[in-house]
Design a binder for this molecule. Structure first.
Ligand SMILES: [Mg+2]
Length: 348
C-alpha cells in the first residue's frame, strides 16, 4: 500500500502499463488532495495525522496509552454496489461507513482513512460540465469523513475495468479497553443500537425501481428517506465510544452481514449461545422480520452487558452453550425456534 496521494509515479513504459488513469490522472489526484485537505482541516485539528497526503507515507502519532485499531474493506462494482443503481455519493459513503462501523464495534475513535480507488477511465472524467463519477464518489466519502472527524490521509489510484474502492481505517482505543467479540458470558443481556432490516428493505425497494426502469435507476425524492438506511447507513461511532467509556459492555460486533450471522460470530468467539425474543427485536419500520434477522448492512452495534448494567432496550440474553441445542434461539409466540445463520456470506 502506498498511503500518500499522489503516490509516486510507478515504473513502466506507458500510463496504461503502469495501471494509471492515462488521462486526467494528475487532475484527479490534485482534486483528491485539495478536497481532502479542505475536509481534513474542517473535520478535525488532525493532531493524530502528523503528515498526510503528499509524501511516501503518512505519519500518524497517537496519544499515550492508546493502541491502534486497523480494519480494511473492499467495495467492488457488481458485488457491493452497481453503477446503474447506486448514486456515486452513496458508493463513497458506504465504502467509508463499512470501515467506520468496524471501528465503532471496537469502541475505537477514528484517526485516519486511506482510500485506494480503481475505476474505468470514463468514470474519472466529467462530461459537459457535469462532475465525474469519482468526484461525486468523493462528495459522499468526504461528507461522512467530516461527520466523524476522520481525515483522509492517503491512498492510491489506478485504472481498472471494474470500479472498486479499498479502504483502510486506522483508529485508536485506550490500551486494553477495546470492545471485543469474545467477552460475552451466559446470563449477559443482548442489545442492539437503532433498528434492523431497514437496509435490506431499502435494497429491495431499489431493486424494484430497477426492474421498472430501463438502465440507470432514478431515485425519486419521495423515496430518499426509505432508501437512506441502504444508501447512506450511519456508522455508530458515538455509540461505540460511549460503550467503550462506560466499560460495561462485555462483547460487541457491528451488524454488517445480518443479525443471524453476526450474532453467530459473537456466540462462537464468546463460547456461549443466545436467545433472541422476536417481540423485542427492533424491526425497522417498513421492514419484515426476515429482513431484520438476516438482512445485512444495517451497521448497527450488537453488544452484550451483564444484567444490571444501565442500558435500555434489551433483546434477550446470552445462555450457556449446550450440545445438541441451537447456537441462537428465537423466542416467538409459537414457541422457541432455532435461528440459523442466513446472512451474507462470500464464497457460499
Ligand atoms: Mg465488523
Amino acid at each position: 500500500m502506498s498511503p500518500a496521494i499522489p503516490f509516486r509515479r510507478k515504473p513502466g513504459n506507458s500510463p496504461r502499463q503502469r495501471g494509471e488513469l492515462a488521462l486526467g490522472e494528475l487532475a484527479l489526484i490534485e482534486e483528491i488532495r485539495r478536497r481532502a485537505a479542505a475536509t481534513n482541516f474542517k473535520a478535525a485539528p488532525a493532531r493524530d495525522v502528523r503528515l498526510g497526503i503528499g509524501d511516501d507515507c503518512a505519519l500518524l502519532r497517537l496519544r499515550g496509552g492508546e493502541e491502534i485499531a486497523v480494519t480494511t474493506d473492499l467495495s467492488i462494482e457488481g458485488r457491493h454496489f452497481r453503477l446503474d443503481w447506486h448514486p456515486p455519493e452513496s458508493v463513497g459513503h458506504r465504502a467509508l461507513a463499512r470501515g467506520l462501523s468496524d471501528l465503532a464495534a471496537m469502541g475505537a475513535r477514528p484517526v485516519a482513512a486511506f482510500l485506494s480507488l480503481a475505476v474505468p477511465g470514463k468514470l474519472a472524467k466529467g462530461r459537459r460540465g457535469q462532475p465525474s463519477w469519482t468526484s461525486r464518489f468523493l462528495d459522499g466519502f468526504l461528507a461522512l469523513a467530516a461527520t466523524h472527524k476522520t481525515p483522509l490521509a492517503g491512498g492510491d489510484l489506478a485504472e481498472s475495468p471494474l470500479a472498486l474502492a479499498d479502504i483502510v481505517l486506522v483508529g485508536a482505543v485506550p490500551r486494553g479497553r477495546a470492545l471485543l467479540r469474545s467477552g460475552a458470558r451466559a446470563g449477559d443481556l443482548l442489545y442492539v443500537t437503532g433498528s434492523l432490516g431497514g437496509a435490506r428493505a431499502g435494497l429491495a425497494r431499489l431493486a424494484g425501481l430497477a426492474e421498472k426502469s430501463a438502465g440507470r435507476v432514478g431515485i425519486p425524492k419521495s423515496l430518499a428517506g426509505e432508501l437512506a438506511p441502504h444508501l447512506y447507513p450511519q456508522p455508530r461511532i458515538p455509540q461505540g465510544l460511549w460503550l467503550q467509556r462506560l466499560g460495561s459492555a462485555s462483547a460487541a460486533i457491528d451488524i454488517s452481514d445480518g443479525l443471524s450471522t453476526d450474532l453467530t460470530h459473537l456466540c462462537e468467539e464468546s463460547h456461549v449461545a443466545a436467545e433472541v425474543d422476536a417481540a423485542r427485536l427492533p424491526v425497522h419500520a417498513g421492514a419484515a422480520l426476515e429482513q431484520a434477522l438476516h438482512g445485512g448492512e444495517d451497521y448497527e452495534l450488537l453488544f452484550t452487558a451483564p444484567a444490571g448494567a444501565k442500558i435500555p432496550r434489551k433483546m434477550r440474553r446470552m445462555v450457556k452453550r449446550r450440545a445438541g441445542h441451537p447456537l441462537i434461539t428465537l423466542l416467538t409466540p409459537n414457541g422457541p425456534q432455532p435461528l440459523e445463520r442466513r446472512g451474507w456470506e462470500h464464497f457460499s
